[in-house]
Design a protein around this ligand. Structure first.
Ligand code: 13P
Length: 248
């Protein structure tokens, strides 16, 4: 059942553009799904001001530092995010894994820091094209999930959403088939079952991300075991995002 939509605005929209974005989006959003808006850091203040008290709307960040405070010029900690009104943070996005060399250990520390500060986590995992072509998708998912969730207690999984984002599908206009997404989601739940429990594997929310737009969303709304979508490029225009939500 699809009940979650997460918009990852990436490095788009200034604070004043975010204000216009939210003024268009929020009055027309009907609350039929839980909507998390992962805004750039500089837009969080206006996001908090305009989203506060809005039914089914949450504020998200796109990153978190793994430390609480100190000599990390340019970084933002979980404590700061919580105080800025953030509910969820993205961790492990492939763009950060690649460009900022974030490895499994770093992602694990970031998750622990988010948990410590009472934040929810959107954990991104997904295979590269080379892994897909050599049938290593499930091996890669297992490795990424196990590194990220190492040392966590089962009850902490309630605060985690796993986003299946094949790297080759991000911003490319290409997507897996609905069947392939269902298979990957099934595998993600199997990994959670093996490492935690059957009940944890049934309860954890899993969403799909990668080139979702209003033209293809209908193909995926019936994906077995899938709880929602993580949308990048198509979420930058509020009318487009509203259209996608209306088709769910
Ligand atoms: P696109 O929807 O632009 O492919 O981006 C997906 C993504 O990376 C969301 O985190």
């Amino acid at each position: 059942m699809i009940s979650i939509v997460i918009a990852n605005l990436k490095m788009n929209l200034t604070p004043s553009e975010t204000k216009d974005y939210l003024m268009t989006l929020l009055p027309r959003f009907d609350g039929k799904v839980d909507l998390t808006l992962c805004l750039p850091y500089t837009s969080l203040a206006v996001g908090k001001f305009l989203c506060e008290g809005k039914k089914a709307v949450r504020l998200g960040s796109q990153n978190i530092n793994d430390e609480e405070e100190g000599r990390s010029t340019g970084e933002i900690s979980g404590r700061m995010l919580k105080d800025a009104g953030v509910d969820y943070t993205i961790v492990g996005h492939s763009e950060r894994r690649k460009r900022f060399k974030e490895d499994g250990k770093c992602i694990n520390r970031k998750i622990k820091s988010a948990l410590k500060n009472g934040l929810g986590i959107i954990l991104c995992v997904g295979e590269s094209l080379a892994e897909r072509n050599t049938l290593k998708t499930f091996v890669s998912l297992k490795e990424q999930i196990e590194e990220a969730l190492k040392g966590l207690y089962e009850n902490e999984l309630e605060r985690i959403i796993i986003a299946y984002e094949p790297i080759w599908a991000i911003g490319s206009g290409k997507t897996p088939t609905a069947k392939e997404i269902s298979q990957a989601v099934k595998e993600i739940r199997r990994i959670i079952k093996d490492d935690f429990s059957q009940s944890a594997s049934e309860k954890i929310n899993v969403v799909y991300g990668g080139s979702i737009d209003s033209k293809n969303i209908k193909q995926f709304t019936n994906c077995k075991n899938l709880n929602g979508f993580l949308i990048g490029g198509a979420s930058i225009d509020p009318n487009n995002l509203l259209k996608i939500i209306s088709l769910i």
